[in-house]
Ligand binder design. Structure first.
Ligand SMILES: [Zn+2]
Length: 291
């Protein structure tokens, strides 16, 4: 993925208003503390289809891509659950499809929109990179895992619709999940090194990565930040953090509670270097994580 693509994805993640702002989201932004630091267990993940089944808007997708997509989703849904969302896919050689009278913004991202009946809908957008398909690049598979993890994040933490936007936590978690997916399900154990950690930068490790405005290649530094945070406790701890529904107001306190280390201590540790020695194997197995 190029830097410009990464930046455009970041912008799209930040700009769901292109699809219409949900009235619920704006009320929540000024409303009570209902989503703060809850210790009540989150509702069970939706496990059934068709009641929680995604609606697919596929336009001229190559057969080979669709069979990859089905297999990846068959692997992901037992882990992350089923969701009543809209999924749009089309080949990059064509203009994006139209949904509810709007042309879909190109790229690979998860956003939100209000449909014609005024209901807020989560939208997962998968523009198919035909070069990746031709070259059998692992990213053609991992991007599906990355974006579906964002769907899971939004379900676990509704604050992602306007009240929580710390980039390294959102993107680093999705990036680590996608690498764990490739390792466990696709026999691609080195993606986190060759595509992600290779771009990690100790100089920007820390507060700059809290903001989507600060671009990075393949979320390399954000990946390193999550790998370092979970180095001794596994990726389960990051999932536990998401389940506590962090907001922009409480996330540092929740992080320290969950990880037993302050955000500032994590930043200082990463700036000291050694990022290329981080190991994906320390994250544990996706199959044993309690989502
Ligand atoms: Zn992402």
């Amino acid at each position: 993925m190029t830097l410009s693509l990464v930046q455009s994805i970041a912008l799209l993640l930040l700009a769901p208003h292109a699809w219409g702002q949900s009235p619920g989201a704006s009320q929540a932004a000024t409303g009570s503390n209902e989503a703060d630091d809850t210790t009540s267990p989150p509702s069970p993940l939706p496990r059934a289809c068709p009641t929680d089944c995604a609606t697919e808007y596929f336009q001229n997708v190559p057969e080979e891509w669709e069979s990859d997509y089905r297999r990846v989703m068959d692997n992901l849904t037992p882990l992350l659950g089923f969701y009543d969302i809209d999924i749009v896919a089309w080949p990059s050689s064509e203009p994006p499809p139209t949904l509810d009278g709007h042309s879909v913004q190109p790229g690979q991202y998860v956003g939100g929109r209000d449909d014609q009946r005024g209901r807020h809908r989560t939208l997962m957008v998968l523009e198919i990179d035909l070069n990746e398909l031709r070259n059998q690049h692992a990213h053609r598979l991992s991007v599906i895992a990355h974006e579906y993890f964002h769907v899971y994040q939004r379900n676990r933490n509704p604050s992602l619709r306007g009240r929580f936007d710390i980039k390294w936590l959102i993107e680093g978690s999705a990036a680590v999940f996608e690498s764990m997916y490739l390792d466990e399900y696709e026999r691609e154990p080195n993606y986190y090194q060759t595509a992600q950690l290779r771009h990690a930068d100790p100089q920007s490790f820390g507060a700059p990565m809290e903001h989507y405005e600060n671009g990075e290649v393949n979320y390399g530094t954000s990946t390193a930040m999550v790998l370092l945070a979970c180095k001794d406790v596994g990726f389960q701890r990051m999932i536990d953090f998401w389940k506590r529904r962090p907001t922009n107001q409480n996330w540092k306190r929740l992080f320290e509670d969950t990880f037993g280390m302050s955000v500032e201590a994590l930043y200082a540790a990463g700036q000291a270097g050694g990022l290329d020695e981080l190991k994906l194997s320390a994250m544990g197995s996706l199959k044993t994580i309690r989502y």
